[in-house]
Design a protein around this ligand. Structure first.
Ligand code: PMP
Length: 352
């Protein structure tokens, strides 16, 4: 009875809560408060369900072509996957295959160390500075690969392309992955750098700026060789990952640039409004270029605020982890949701 000795044991990633109650404000998993492009709805309405008999296009051609056009690259430079979690996981498996440690920040997306563990990849974290900034010099050393989000999560801090280019240039022997899950809320994408650096892979998602977290669509843009290596690994595991509806709905969403600009613009506006209100209430936060704010109050503990908000059916994200256990990550919802949050916070911090 020793089969358990052979189990690949892992501590899984803990996703944010998905409460089922009605009437809650869900500001805890950085979802978009607006529906996807109306073009997505019309595709769904006219979809012929008889097509479900068939396996999907393994190359997701309609989606890859739409992305290639939108981002001005060749289709051979795009890899698509079932959410960017799937894309990043495939990238870890494909590129982080050395005895040297993979590097990422100490405060960052908490899935990176989970993938490293499940694939038995050695890693080392590099401390952000006191203002939650990445220090480029920390990444100029021997390593087996580099990954960080830009803007970083859960801080929302955006780093300049000059700084990122410095890291890519200094690491020609490693693949550098920039996770741009939140890039569409005011940051500048590294995608234009992929033709300059063959070791750069940029990952994005439809879950935030395109309001399609439930459809599970993510993609990577890079040099043709990188993408070929990723596809070789993917096709060695499961060729049919992305369902046909996600492929066509994803393409429709990419083609509706006007709606994309309008909704991301609205979120940016609401974020700037929320920043002002939070400052008035005694909160501080690193300046966010994402669809969330990472805030700490000058007198009331984050965990107290977290619990009090929950009682009022407002869910935000809290981590009891070193360096960030007095911060809350608050997703930007609609203006109405943020006003409700501000009213609740007023009550809580005045009482606290
Ligand atoms: N990267 C970062 C930094 C994230 O915060 C998230 C969302 N949890 C993801 C990747 C994954 O998002 P998805 O799989 O929905 O594309």
């Amino acid at each position: 009875m020793n089969w358990e000795n052979n189990v690949r044991r892992v501590v899984p990633y803990t996703p944010g809560e998905q409460p089922k109650d009605s009437g809650i404000s869900k500001l805890n998993t950085n979802e978009n408060p607006y529906p996807p492009s109306p073009a997505v709805k019309s595709v769904l309405d006219s979809y012929d369900d008889a097509k479900m008999r068939l396996y999907p296009d393994t190359n997701s051609t309609v989606l890859v072509d739409a992305l290639a056009k939108r981002y001005n690259v060749n289709p051979s430079q795009i890899f698509v996957g079932v959410g960017s979690d799937d894309v990043i996981s495939m990238a870890f498996l494909t590129f982080f295959n050395s005895e040297k440690p993979v590097l990422f920040p100490d405060v960052t997306y908490s899935f990176y160390d989970v993938w490293a563990d499940v694939y038995r990849i050695p890693y080392e974290t590099k401390a952000l500075d006191d203002n939650f900034r990445i220090r480029a010099e920390d990444y100029i050393c021997e390593n087996g690969g580099i990954i960080f989000p830009n803007p970083n999560a859960p801080t929302g801090v955006f780093e300049s392309l000059d700084m990122i280019e410095e890291i890519i240039k200094a690491n020609p022997d490693s693949v550098v992955i920039i996770d741009e899950a939140y890039i569409d809320f005011g940051g500048e994408s590294c995608i234009p750098l992929v033709d300059k650096y063959e070791n750069l892979l940029v990952v994005q998602t439809f879950s935030k700026s395109r309001s399609m977290a439930g459809m599970r669509i993510g993609f990577a843009v890079g040099n043709e060789k990188l993408i070929k290596y990723m596809n070789d690994v993917k096709f060695s595991i499961n060729s049919y990952t992305m369902n046909p509806l996600s492929q066509i709905c994803g393409a429709e969403a990419v083609n509706d640039e006007e709606y994309f600009r309008e909704t991301t613009g609205r979120i940016i506006e609401t974020r700037e409004y929320t920043k002002k209100k939070l400052t008035e209430l005694g909160f501080t936060y690193p300046d966010s270029m994402s669809n969330f704010i990472f805030a700490s109050h000058n007198s009331v503990d984050a965990v107290v605020i977290f619990e009090e908000l929950k009682k009022r059916k407002i869910f935000v994200r809290y981590w009891n982890k070193p360096r960030i256990n007095n911060h809350l990550r608050i997703t930007i919802g609609t203006r109405e949701e943020m006003d409700k949050l501000i009213t609740a916070l007023e009550e809580i911090v005045k009482k606290g």
